[in-house]
Design a protein. Sequence first.
Length: 345
Amino acid sequence: MTFRWFGADDAVSLEYVRQIPGVTGVVTALYDVPVGDVWDKSRLSALGERVAAAGLEIAVIESIPIHEDIKLGRATRDKLADQYAQSVQHMGELGMPVLCYNFMPIFDWTRTDLAMVQPDGSTALAYDDEALSRIDLSHGTGDLPGWATAYDASTLQALLSAYKEVDAERLWENLAYFLERVAPVAESAGVKMAIHPDDPPWSIFGLPRIITDARSLDRMTRLVDVPANGVTFCTGSLGADPANDLPAMAAELGVRGRIHFAHCRNVKLTGLRKFNEAPHPTRFGDVDMAGVLAALHRTGFSGPMRPDHGRMIWGETGRPGYGLYDRALGATYLQGLWEGIERSA
Ligand code: DNO
């Protein structure tokens, strides 16, 4: 069981993370490296030492962001892919086993409300496609709730117009081009690459999104058919589309040994392309968490798992989705569920 840690300025300290029963690994990154630059091996090593000093280990690097030029297929992509591969090589040399990354154009995970008040007084992240359509991007990313990478108006408009030339099939080609250069390096360096599904799993702001369902996950793992080319099975992202049968998808990918990391989060679907995040246990949302974990167990999954986003409860404030309390409850729930599955197997 692992827990995401945002580095030295995370309000949730490593010391607190260590006190969550059963959590042995952290999921973290170097947060200040400009996108595209090589991750310096000595800095990565220092990060590992810091985590080790707290009695934990780095289980996953999440994420080394992919430069937009790679996703756009621009000429600079060769150099950028080489630099990316170099960072992956450094991970391998330091024994950091899993890399979570995504291939979403411009925007990573996207919500329209970061603190939707729930009936019990807690707050949760929420998404509503209609509310998204009212977001004005002409001033840059400023109006977008919680978005981490800030773009000013002109940079964002230039990126959005560059993507007019990149439809879904083009994005697939660009993903293949990237993986052909990086996945073999990961394979030989002993690093498992785990693509994160698009969140939400449909096009937003007219941009293509391709990692959304069973077919696309299967297609992606076959672009470069090596074991290191795998997936982060994110129940919350994939679960936002009711057409996704999560236990079946976990079974299919799991049996092929391509699930390298599990993000466990529940979502409550409240309308068409509308949902809010929910407590982790199965009965609070539309994700069959018990079914997913059973499928992972059956297929011999032994990789890292983390409780994904939590609500804000007990008066906690902090980084949306990444407070301590609700995620810690998630970690213990997931371990209880796993223990039950193991016992009854
Ligand atoms: C959200 C996270 C994502 C994830 C990236 C991986 O909370 O799951 O931001 O880290 O998509 O690159």
